[in-house]
Design a protein around this ligand. Structure first.
Ligand SMILES: *Cc1c(COP(=O)(O)O)cnc(C)c1O
Length: 399
């Protein structure tokens, strides 16, 4: 047998974490890493946050899972809190981001179906998008590396360049259901949507009776210094997918929608065995308690400014390596590398030689996604390690 027991779909590296504490991860031999990847924007409260681990332990001992056939006081309470904290009127709980996206796609299609326009089934999505790995989610992106060999894909998607409003508007026809877009693209290269773009999509949706679906699986839930990234844009969506940070490491996602957009999602149209079980709800509430705590989002915004300023100061010292200008918002930041330097090789160099975890993204970008609970000293340690890493990095030898 030559295939590993763990299906080899990830190019796993030699970091093999066995323990985490705050903003640090520890490997099998006790090696310490400063974790500015945070499980790809998942560990919003860092590792081993006492309120989160306590809530999970207590709920596990009380009631872990019951079927969605029964009433859910836990789900009702958490859903109401998300409704109160957002544009939404109703919430469907999932176990992952891609399932939240899947629910968003289904909600959009059902809306037009019950409105008497079943021909309106096409979502306009965008180049470089990442929406997850289900058949629906890979069909919603035109990135070949995620789609190749999985055809036939789900019909009903059209693709426009990101941040190109005119191109998106030009795709609208009788089959259009709406737009689906990441407010800040993550995997694609940490690219924030422009205000004109998002506001233009909102206006077009209103003018043509379409739905605006935001995918905030990565950029939502406090990551940008606001509860949701759309708050930076002065608009609200009709439907939104959320996951990653929402569970702080517990598998949890949510599809949020207005009453109008969710009008097709009636008894029997959708479901999930695990979705919204009591254990997930306890984890979600514990994370939300912290994020809604006094001054928490201001802290995220402030740390985001510090980190951005520190990176901006560092870049000119390594102008052969870094492209000027920091990408992203809040604590979802990106630094683009100049060829021949390669983001994946540089991330490996930081990891293996400097004990610093970051993530690569599209467009040769190094993604910086620390836990939202970082303090000034973590920013300082990060910049020190990043500068040391940049100084010691020789593109060709490492690649
Ligand atoms: C990570 C991500 C997803 C998929 O989430 P999974 O939990 O891996 O299914 C979807 N959309 C965006 C924007 C993401 O960053």
């Amino acid at each position: 047998m030559s295939i590993p027991a763990l299906m080899p779909v990830y190019p796993r590296c030699d970091v093999r974490p066995v323990r985490g504490e705050g903003c640090y991860l520890y490997g099998e031999r006790g090696e310490e890493y400063l974790d500015f990847a945070a499980g790809i924007a998942v560990n919003a409260l860092g590792h081993g946050h006492p309120a989160l681990t306590k809530a999970i332990a207590e709920q596990a001992a009380t009631l872990m899972h019951v079927s969605n056939l029964y009433g859910s006081p836990q789900g009702e309470r958490f859903a109401q809190r998300l409704v109160d904290a957002s544009f939404a009127d109703t919430v469907f709980f999932t176990n992952s981001g891609t399932e939240a996206v899947e629910c968003a796609i289904k909600t959009a299609r059902r809306f037009h179906h019950v409105e008497g326009n079943p021909q309106r089934h096409t979502l306009i999505t965008f180049n470089n998008a990442f929406h997850g790995r289900t058949m629906g989610a890979i069909s919603a992106t035109n990135q070949a590396k995620m789609r190749d060999g999985f055809e036939p894909l789900l019909p009903g998607f059209a693709y426009a360049p990101f941040n190109d409003l005119d191109a998106a508007l030009a795709l609208i026809d009788d089959s259009t259901a709406g737009f689906m877009v990441e407010t800040v693209q993550g995997e694609g290269g940490v690219t924030a949507a422009s205000t004109e773009f998002i506001q233009g999509l909102r206006r077009a949706a209103d003018d043509h009776g379409l739905l605006l679906v935001l995918d905030e699986v990565q950029c939502g839930y406090g990551r940008t210094g606001r509860m949701f990234a759309y708050e930076h844009y002065g608009i609200t969506p009709d439907i939104m997918s959320v996951a990653k940070g929402i569970g702080g490491g517990f598998p949890l996602g949510a599809c949020l929608a207005t009453e109008r957009a969710a009008k097709g999602m009636v008894f029997g149209t959708h479901g999930s065995t695990y979705g919204g079980n009591p254990l997930a709800m306890a984890a979600g509430e514990a994370v939300l308690d912290v994020i809604q705590g006094d001054g928490f989002l201001d802290h995220v915004a402030q740390m985001g400014e510090r980190l951005r300023a520190a990176l901006e100061q560092m870049i000119p010292n390594h102008d052969d390596l870094f492209v000027p200008g920091i990408r992203g918002k809040g604590l979802m930041l990106g630094v683009q590398l100049k060829a021949p330097a390669d983001a994946r090789a540089f991330v490996a160099h930081l990891r293996d030689r400097h004990g610093l975890l970051t993530v690569s993204a599209g467009e040769n970008v190094v993604r910086v996604l620390p836990p939202l609970v970082i303090e000034e000293r973590h920013v300082e340690e990060f910049v020190q390690k990043m500068s040391d890493g940049a100084r010691a990095y020789v593109p060709v030898a490492d690649d």
